[in-house]
Design a protein around this ligand. Structure first.
Ligand SMILES: [Zn+2]
Length: 476
């Protein structure tokens, strides 16, 4: 008779890959899924956890979060515990470096699987000025060797020219490196114009389009029209793009102003303009005073949004160099982008992300569950957008489903409370009743990052991006 280390007993298993939405026991051995059956013999397991009344889905994979960033006024590695609390089992960090990723996992890891994108920040992580195509290639090679899956272009903060942006994408494509783009170039910006630019920049290539909802805030046109246009462009390039949208109303941005008192980055400028504030340090101070802008702050191990006087003092003390947040995301845009399907009945935007981590807005699971309650998604579609599609985006063939031999990464949801209840990575609990109980983490690297991963001392898995949805049929 089969022996199990653990049985999750009596829940409703949601496995979109295998079309399973039924009461089932999930048997786990040696960190892998071994059986999913209507009933498994409880005496055949060392341990049984009763999950009666719960939804049992493949572990949630967050394809856009921040746990290894280069922020100074709070510790991004706090994001591991915050994500664990929110039910996440695998995270793709959207903008750090290999060393910051590894360092953060060691200090504050919460047992998650972790992959990272190398942030392209001129003057900080890469040289300033015009980069040759060859230099771009060596930057990408170096990112892979550091243990990142590829690079992140931060168009809303450090935009490149359209030509350079296209070249970076091409250099990544050539290597089958993962390339994620917060849209916007020196010609456009972090809004619908950035989306309009995708076909020209990508050509026949491949790209992960970050947080589609953030370009549909009504900065340029009516927000509904922006959603329609973004969906049309994404759908017209179906097969070439990975994409995600997040659901939090709060965004995450920077308050930084230059010596002349002008707000530096495109994103905060848009936020101020949306409510008629001046795009200057005085406009920013007024927005904080009025309660529109908040400052991301840390007290003890907690990251929170400071408001009003407290926030203004932090902003002044740091001479504007603080992380900030504005309530600029539209729930109607998030809803439309999350639920829209194409003629083939596939979701146009692949996944629901948080764009959270160390930003206190890890609401992906709760909001997806609410969409099920609203009949906007079926439970299987929810699991598809929170896990299965995300696994395909990253080529994580052993994740996102409950086939025999799959990694036993599981998120258990309580539909009564609309909350994640517990989660497991490789068959071990990393969160139980809202409390993180894991530590460390498993690095997900490409073949080029294997040496760094081994030297880090952390457990690691090698992912084949050539098997990801992004590159599986790419021959360029
Ligand atoms: Zn982000």
């Amino acid at each position: 008779m089969a022996r199990y280390d653990l049985i999750l007993a009596g829940g409703t298993a949601l496995d979109p890959k295998n079309g399973l939405d039924a009461r089932a026991d999930v048997g786990i051995t040696d960190g892998k899924i071994t059986s999913v059956e209507p009933e498994l013999n409880p005496t055949s397991a060392d341990d049984v956890i009763d999950v009666e009344g719960m939804w049992v889905m493949p572990g949630q994979i967050d394809t856009h979060a921040h746990v290894a960033g280069l922020s100074r006024n709070w510790d991004p590695a706090l994001g591991y515990g915050m994500l664990a609390r929110a039910g996440t089992t695998t995270v793709l960090d959207m903008g750090g470096t290999g060393p910051t990723l590894i360092d953060g996992i060691k200090r504050r890891g919460a047992g998650l699987n972790v992959a990272g994108q190398f942030a392209l920040i001129p003057g900080l992580t890469i040289p300033t000025g015009k980069l040759s195509y060859r230099t771009m290639g060596s930057i990408v090679d170096n990112a892979l060797r550091q243990g990142c899956l590829g690079v992140k272009i931060l168009g809303g903060y450090h935009p490149f020219t359209p030509e350079d942006s296209a070249d970076i994408i091409a250099a990544c494509n050539e290597r089958r490196a993962y390339v994620a783009f917060h849209l916007g170039t020196t010609d456009t910006g972090s809004q619908i114009d950035g989306v309009r630019e995708i076909p020209k920049l990508v050509g026949r290539g491949r790209l992960h389009v970050c947080h589609v909802n953030s370009y549909c805030r009504g900065v340029v046109d009516d927000a509904n029209d922006e959603c329609d246009e973004a969906l049309e462009i994404l759908d017209s390039m179906s097969g070439q793009l990975n994409s995600e949208a997040y659901h939090a109303i709060q965004n995450g941005t920077s308050g930084r102003c230059d010596e002349d008192g002008q707000v530096m980055a495109d994103v905060p400028r848009n936020c101020l303009a949306l409510r008629g504030y001046e795009m200057s340090i005085e406009g920013m101070r007024q927005a904080i005073t009025d309660g529109y802008g908040s400052v991301v702050a840390q007290k003890g191990g907690q990251v929170y949004y400071a408001r009003g006087e407290e926030a203004l003092k932090m902003f002044d003390d740091a001479k504007s160099n603080v992380g900030m947040s504005f309530p600029v995301n539209l729930s109607a845009s998030a809803f439309r982008l999350t639920t829209a399907k194409n003629d083939a009945d596939e979701f146009i935007v692949d996944a629901i992300s948080t764009d959270g981590g160390s930003h206190p807005r890890n609401v992906a699971i709760q909001s997806a569950m609410a969409l099920v309650g609203f009949n906007a998604l079926t439970p299987l579609e929810m699991a598809e957008k929170l896990s299965w599609n995300a696994a395909k985006m990253l080529g994580l063939r052993n994740k996102g489903h409950f086939s025999e031999g799959a990694d036993a990464d599981v998120t258990v949801l309580d539909p009564e409370r609309n909350q994640p209840e517990m989660s497991l990575v490789a068959g071990k609990l990393i969160m139980y009743k809202g409390q993180p109980v894991g530590s460390g983490g498993t690095l997900l690297v490409t073949r080029e990052g294997r040496r760094t991963a081994a030297a880090s001392g952390l457990p690691y898995q090698v992912t084949e991006l050539s098997q990801s949805k992004l590159y599986e049929d790419f021959s360029g």
